[in-house]
Design a protein around this ligand. Structure first.
Ligand code: SAM
Length: 272
């Protein structure tokens, strides 16, 4: 099986329940502390806002959502900033779900979703004003190549924001290896390595944040939140599907909470 097809299948299996739990955003949460009583949905929306606010979008701009998941993030961009969004993913489930979601949200005319592999994009040079890669570069078989492609399709002066896991604390490397295997991560850069990768592609880094303690560090809050909705999710998807979902994610929880970081990086293609 080709790499994009394998990654697509990986998400096809996980996205239906993930979509239900996280309101169409297949990414991490952001909780300030253990006593933060934000719901899972709000904690995930917080991350959407936190990451996308760094793009500095203006009405009418065209954004590539590279690795768009089940679609809610692109809808947020269109509604909050008045931009046009093209979302790409290698998951057929996600495209279908995202299209339905955009139609229901009334933004089907400005948001579109396509099957596309960010390792080799079909768009001409300089097509987009901005690129978002919200937790999607993690699956790239070659991060240099994907950055080169994203750089190519951005116009001079265009912005990119990516957010992703990073290798943070030291500790039992076997725990990190289990995490990487579960999430299909070919590599797990540290924050300085992520910055080097972006700069090597030609981007000028303008802002970076490492907020792992409020993200992976709050994995216990995610488990609590998921347990609270377990009965509703089971009623919708069935006991077997929920058990399989839990089995597929077991390795995610294995690292110590300080071993996995989370980076948000905003950068620009030089020019104009
Ligand atoms: C963890 S999910 C994040 C989804 C979305 N950004 C969000 O925040 O809801 C990773 C996404 O990256 C996409 N992806 C992974 N490899 C890809 C590739 N080679 N080309 C395009 N999308 C890819 C997956 O299909 C999935 O939609």
């Amino acid at each position: 099986m080709s790499e994009p097809a394998e990654i697509g299948e990986h998400y096809d299996k996980r996205s239906p329940i993930g979509d239900e739990l996280r309101d169409g955003q297949l990414h991490m949460w952001y909780w300030y502390d253990r006593d933060d009583d934000a719901s899972l949905t709000e904690a995930v929306h917080r991350m959407t806002r936190k990451v996308t606010d760094t793009l500095g979008l203006r009405a009418g701009e065209h954004v590539l959502d590279a690795g768009c998941g089940p679609g809610e993030t692109a809808i947020h961009l269109a509604n909050r900033f008045g931009v046009r969004v093209t979302g790409i993913t290698v998951s057929r489930f996600e495209i279908d779900r995202a299209r339905k979601r955009a139609r229901a949200a009334g933004v089907g005319d400005v948001v579109s979703y396509e099957y596309g592999d960010f390792m080799g994009l079909s768009y001409p040079d300089g097509t987009f004003d901005a690129v978002l890669a919200l937790e999607s570069l993690q699956n790239a078989p070659d991060i240099d190549q994907v950055f080169a492609e994203l750089y190519r399709v951005l116009r001079p002066g265009g912005r990119i924001t990516f957010s992703d896991f990073s290798l943070a604390g030291q500790g039992d490397p076997k725990r990190v290896a289990t995490f990487m295997d579960t999430l299909k991560l070919p590599r797990l850069p540290t924050l300085p390595q992520w910055l080097d990768l972006a700069r090597a592609a030609g981007f000028e880094v303008e802002e970076h944040t490492e907020c792992g303690p409020r993200v992976f560090g709050r994995k216990a809050k995610y488990l609590e939140a998921a347990m609270r909705v377990q009965n509703d999710v089971t009623a919708k998807f069935g006991t077997e599907a929920v058990a399989e979902f839990a089995r597929l994610h077991h390795g995610f929880f294995v690292p110590r909470k300080d071993q996995i970081g989370y980076v948000i990086v905003a950068a620009r293609k030089p020019g104009r």
